[in-house]
Ligand binder design. Structure first.
Ligand code: NAD
Length: 338
């Protein structure tokens, strides 16, 4: 059993905690919360609560919650920490992990330099083998890495150009915007292109990101110059070989992210999550060697299976194929409904 502590129990941390609980070879030793809010209260039914420091421990206890200790104690009880704290805090926690000699995974909000390797299960599982510090790339980069790595291994890639239409914030956040504007990121390429290269290798890629007022998923419009000729049918068949890529269609009523999220609710998964990247079947188009497609990414959950696989790579307990299949089975990923 790999003993996993979760530091940071927000959008990502609480989902990873639940996914770890479902694995036969892993257990959750506890979670770190800062405040005695409704999330902490629910969490306290399933997990031991820890605090980042003595000050927040007092706050949690004053809120009526039983606290088992601080992060230091959680580290003592664990083999690895999944750090899912807000951007930049993971890097600040790294010295404590190093001092205690404990492994840790970080999330995409951290710089790549926080870890020894960046991780995507399809693109570069083996690069994290035996590592102590691994960063699971962001939700956008994970979505891009999944489909592009499948295309790269089947046809080779000359160049990628991707426009990322980004959700403004997550559904549980009432502070960030925009709420009535479209906000282009004014940088070419956006940070996603270099981030993608940390897992996909030396691929010529340009990205640009535009923020829009929605909380439901990111949408990526992708153009790939292939190295090898193919057909639309072959590209679709190739996507179907990958469990974490889901082909959807407007003909099934899924013409926007609203219906995709409703479809996820229909599937009755935990928190209505959609771990797979959803590619619109009819958007897959070929003009000579130029391939186009459009995909949607559920930002709250697509990195969850990746965190589970990263842990197995770091402990070298399963190879890529075995780990992915164990994770997919337990999270019910790739269970084709159409
Ligand atoms: P979040 O704000 O939802 O959750 C972070 C949690 O950590 C909160 O509960 C916060 O109270 C807590 N926290 C704050 N300071 C802490 C500290 N010092 N110690 C322990 N806990 C602390 O954030 P999130 O969206 O889950 O993001 C976490 C990481 O995952 C970031 O690197 C982010 O970039 C990345 N990520 C986010 C998404 C997404 O769409 N939300 C997707 C993929 C990756």
């Amino acid at each position: 059993m790999i003993k996993v502590g979760i530091n940071g129990y927000g959008t990502i941390g609480r989902r990873v905690a639940q996914a770890i609980m479902l694995q036969k070879d892993m257990t959750v030793t506890g979670i770190v919360k800062t405040k005695p809010d409704y999330v902490a209260r629910f969490a306290s039914h399933n997990f031991k609560l820890f605090s980042p420091d003595d000050k927040s421990r007092k706050q949690l206890e004053e809120g009526g919650l039983r606290v088992s200790g601080t992060l230091e104690n959680l580290i003592d009880d664990s083999d690895i920490i999944v750090d899912a704290t807000p951007e930049g805090i993971g890097a600040k926690n790294l010295p404590a992990y190093k001092k205690a000699g404990i492994k840790a995974t970080f999330q995409g909000g951290e710089e790549p330099s926080v870890a020894e390797a960046s991780f995507n299960a399809y693109a570069n599982f083996e690069e994290s083998t035996g590592k102590n510090y691994v960063r699971v790339v962001s939700c956008n980069t994970t979505g891009l890495a999944r489909t592009l790595s499948s295309i790269k291994s089947a046809y080779g890639i000359k160049h990628v150009s991707a426009t990322l239409i980004r959700r403004a914030t997550d559904p549980n956040d009432s502070k960030k915007g925009p709420i009535n504007a479209v906000e282009p990121g004014l940088k070419f390429p956006s940070h996603h292109a270099p981030d993608l290269r940390t897992v996909l290798g030396d691929v010529d890629i340009d990205t640009v990101a535009v923020k829009v007022p929605t909380t439901l998923m990111h949408v990526h419009v992708i153009q790939v110059d292939l190295q090898k000729e193919t057909s639309i049918d072959h590209v679709l068949e190739n996507f179907l070989r990958y469990q974490r890529i889901l082909l959807i269609s407007g003909k099934d009523g899924m013409s926007s992210t609203a219906q995709i999220m409703d479809f996820a609710r229909e599937r009755s998964r935990n928190r209505s999550d959609l771990y797979e990247v959803a590619v619109w079947r009819e958007s897959v188009n070929l003009k000579g060697m130029k391939l186009n497609y459009i995909q949607a990414v559920h930002q709250e959950s697509d990195v969850v299976p990746e965190n589970v696989d990263a842990i197995r790579a770091m402990f070298e307990t399963m190879d890529r194929e075995k780990s992915l299949s164990a994770t997919d089975m337990t999270l019910n990923i790739g269970n084709k409904v159409f």
